[in-house]
Design a protein around this ligand. Structure first.
Ligand SMILES: [Zn+2]
Length: 158
């Protein structure tokens, strides 16, 4: 069947940047609910609309169509003494952002008594390439539509 509003779509999606650095090897299939539920970037959904299992495409998307530009106001520090034990570079911590809303910060460096944090998504400010293969297309259940995500092996687990 063709991908249309409320299709449950299973994909393999390899994500690289313009230098060829691999962020997701796409070996693990992912399932999403098609139709503007914010499960996939709109330009990717547009490319998949009307396609069927077996369809393959490669798209390059600019930062404004993916994770946006970096916001240097989200780069900050905190004293290592205030840090939960066991945290490492590459880990995440939740704290209040400049707008007073909680958000996740990545630990980018631990420098003596100071921990450097970055609240930007690691893929912010990058042009990304998506190599997509459609593995399966089926109609979503009423429950999946109500939840706005796909259930099952490659979908959302409750
Ligand atoms: Zn659900």
């Amino acid at each position: 069947m063709k991908i249309t509003q409320n299709s449950a779509v299973t994909l393999r999606m390899k994500v690289t940047d313009s230098q060829g650095l691999v962020y997701d090897d796409g070996k693990q299939p992912v399932a999403y609910l098609h139709g503007g539920y914010d499960n996939l970037f709109p330009k990717l959904e547009a490319a998949l609309e009307g396609q069927e299992a077996g369809f393959q495409t490669t798209l390059q998307l600019a930062t404004e169509d993916t994770f946006g530009e970096r916001d240097e106001a989200l780069v900050t520090t905190m004293p290592k003494a205030d840090f939960p034990p066991g945290i490492k570079v590459g880990g995440q911590i939740q704290r209040l952002g400049p707008d007073g809303e909680p958000r996740y910060y990545f630990v980018t460096k631990i420098k003596g008594p100071t921990v450097l944090l970055d609240g930007n998504h690691p893929l912010c400010g990058k042009t990304l390439r998506f190599a997509i293969t459609v593995v399966d297309v089926r109609e979503a259940s009423a429950e999946e539509i109500a939840h706005q995500h796909v259930h099952g092996e490659h979908g959302h687990h409750h």
